[in-house]
Design a protein around this ligand. Sequence first.
Ligand code: ADP
Ligand code: MG
Ligand code: ZN
Length: 609
Amino acid sequence: MKSLIKNFLVFFTVFLLMAAVFSRFGGAGQKAASVGIETLVSQLNNQAVAQVAIVGDKIELTLKNGQSQTVKKEPGDTFSQIVKNFNIEPAKLSGVKIEVRADQGLDYWLAAILPFLLPFLLISVFIYFMMRSVQGANSKALMFGQSQAKEAGREFKGKITFKDVAGVKEAKAELAEVVEFLRSPKKFSEVGARTPRGVLLLGSPGTGKTLLARAVAGEASVPFFSISGSEFVEMFVGVGASRVRDLFHKAKKSAPCIVFIDEIDAVGRRRGAGLGGSHDEREQTLNQILVEMDGFDPNTNVIVIAATNRPDVLDPALLRPGRFDRRVILDEPNLADREAILKVHSKQKPLGKEVSLKRAAERTPGFTGADLANLLNEAAILAAMKNKKIIDMEDIFASVEKVMLGPERKSRILSVKEKKITAYHEAGHAIVAHFMPNADPVQKVSIIARGQAGGYTLKLPLEDKHMYTKTEYVEEIAILLAGYVTEREIFGQVTTGATSDLRRATGLARKLITDYGMSETLGPRTFGEKDEMIFLGREIHEQRDYSEKAAEQIDKEISNFIDQAVHQAKGLVKTRREFLEKTVAALLEKETLEKEEFESIVGEKAKAE
Ligand code: ADP
Ligand code: MG
Ligand code: ZN
């Protein structure tokens, strides 16, 4: 906005200057005094005029005494008309020289041309300024051929090393080899070992792929060129490929070094499977990466590290030997890893003495490194908001729930009736979860709205779990449906509050049948082939590889699972009605029950065998 005003001011000044110059020019021709028509008439009558020159709309008079004067006339009027109109006797004109000259004054030309010229002038000035401001923003587009790889690593401040990456032991061990190779390549070439060329880091988002790649560069003290796959994909076809060329060119010059391609799935997608217009560009970019990696001579110490969370969509050509033949998997952190990651991130944060990172780790199954880093940050913010100097356990637990379920929405006021329904709904979940032998223990029950949920029941496994049995899944479905079942038992009808529970229960039941082969009637097979085509960030394609009849059976089987679960849940709600009522009463009074409070009502959870 500021620059717009500035531009306008500049333009305006130029305009004023131009106007001044023109009026000067115009003034040069007007040395003569300007007089009215009546003066002209009287001077003619007095025979004081020696010469009359008619120039356009002006009459220039030269008087006998040598003075000159100009008279403006109406454009239509001719000199002879004036003579006639003012009844000047022809005899009085006899001694006067009369000439008619073409108007060639500057103002004449300006008057003639300016109406045509001005719009052009204005438009070109406008375009000029437009171009200038666009160029500012887009000057990068003019250098599109160059990669925007950022170099970091060698001596850069706050160098990241393996110490900063907690957990992921196997990955670090694998990458230690790469570090060793970058440090002393001779050792390897002497025994004829082919050195690794490309390393592919695989792991879900937030597991520390980018962090680990930086750490490798930091450990080896070599330059680190990093570029993200999405940066290759640009408006113009061919730009990606030329960026790749440029990137590798730079890298080869500063070998030994690391080239890090983040989010390689953005370009490395299986070729020919593209959807939408940009896949040509992707293919070219990918081809160029392959060409560059093949073109290294064996002694170039450039190691390409790429990261992705979608190995399934990568082009097989990327994975063949000599390219990204090393694959390093970053698992989601287990209990011990989570504690270690929390420790790394709590270094800069003043924690209270009673804070146990182990307990925080226990509460956060399924959290990735990024989630954990975020969790501690949220806790620090919470502590600061309360004007505390240290972060205590309460802050950490509160932010666990915030990260998991979204912020509390205390402002959402429930009517007395809604509150009662929510209390029964959540108490239903909690009671059924508590008395299901295989379910995880309930940590917290609350009827305070959080994120999308009206209330929530939080249950967490005691240890990391990787495998689930059919029994556990069916119990899980029963717990999901417990809110619905309780509402029906108590109020005779259900509310919209159970919608998402129903959706999740149905989804889980379907998965049991189609993905896990847990249905007795349909047997050990999967149904439906999920095609990894991503369109607008969503999988749109599920190929049906089963018959219409099977589809019907799946539907029926889903209903069977759901019925079974409803039956189980209903049984528990009926037999433990007394506990349910007590829990509801406590919830209505306190709104939130911690594990201890809940267990003081229902007793300790019985362990499953
Ligand atoms: P990815 O690239 O796998 O999506 P990042 O490497 O960008 O994940 O991780 C994001 C952030 O999460 C890191 O900057 C770091 O703060 C934190 N983080 C992730 N994994 C770890 C880990 N294993 N140890 C310490 N911090 C981690
Ligand atoms: Mg990343
Ligand atoms: Zn529910």
